[in-house]
Design a protein around this ligand. Structure first.
Ligand SMILES: C/C(=C\CNc1ncnc2c1ncn2[C@@H]1O[C@H](COP(=O)(O)O)[C@@H](O)[C@H]1O)CO
Length: 234
């Protein structure tokens, strides 16, 4: 018997081990429904927005922190709200950049087994129990994903978006990687190991745009947003 789950995600994901929360699947489905409904109700009025991802582990004096802040300030000037995971590091930098220019700053935190806090630069804050419910919000309310340097969490969010674009679930949805230095190796590998061997389709690597320039990123996001509007409902 596995000890009591520390988070709702742990409870949900460990059915083979008969995790001992005492709940049945009916209660779990109710919790999921409530979480999704709360997310929808909270975010319905945020207007046009971009989801920005990036490392939880980057310090304030790191140049990438400043770059994240500049990128989201530029997005904010273009009228976009900024949605992040609400945590520290580059998430915090992105929320600060939005706040710097008076744009709406949104943090969608997630319950984790270890203690963690939402950053102090949020106008709208929600904490989710379930990673998958939170990820739905990142896509549903955004016109683009902007991906700062990061680790596994950031890669997970990046590849979810890419798969949704590749499979035609979302359209005119730019996925922008910020930082040639961090992302260049991955993009080369995607071309050489995946596309060249037929694991992805011709041109799939081009679904990613790499840039270090806040103005260029904001202009691209704005162009795609206008194309999304012209296209009509998703
Ligand atoms: C590691 C520490 C705290 C973690 N806190 C997080 N809070 C909110 N969101 C998080 C957190 N950690 C990861 N995420 C999500 O994944 C992305 C960053 O992950 P990475 O592995 O650091 O690249 C990020 O976009 C979040 O959505 C204590 O410092």
């Amino acid at each position: 018997m596995t000890p009591n789950p520390r988070t709702a995600d742990e409870d949900l994901l460990h059915c083979l081990h008969a995790v001992g929360s005492g709940d049945g699947d009916g209660e779990r489905v109710d919790r999921i429904r409530h979480e999704v409904a709360t997310g929808f109700a909270t975010l319905a009025s945020i207007g046009k927005a971009v989801s920005v991802f990036g490392s939880a582990r980057v310090a304030h004096d790191d140049p990438r922190y400043e770059l994240a802040r500049r990128v989201t300030a530029e997005l904010g000037r273009a009228g976009f709200a900024v949605i992040t995971g609400g945590g520290p590091g580059l998430m915090e930098a992105a929320n600060r950049g939005a706040r710097d220019v008076g744009a709406t700053s949104v943090g969608l935190g997630v319950e984790l087994p270890h203690e963690q806090h939402l950053n102090n630069h949020l106008d709208v804050a929600l904490t989710f129990r379930y990673f998958f419910a939170r990820k739905l919000m990142f896509v549903r309310y955004a016109s683009a994903f902007v991906v700062m340097p990061g680790g596994f969490g950031t890669l997970d969010e990046l590849f979810e978006a890419l798969t949704l674009v590749q499979t035609g679930k979302i359209h005119e949805f730019p996925v922008v990687l910020v930082g040639h230095h961090h992302w260049g190796g991955l993009v080369n590998w995607l071309g050489e190991a995946l596309e060249a061997n037929g694991f992805t389709g011709p041109g799939d690597t081009d679904l990613l745009v790499v840039s270090d320039e806040p103005e260029e990123i904001a202009a691209l996001v704005q162009r795609c947003h206008l194309r999304q509007i012209a296209r009509g409902p998703r």
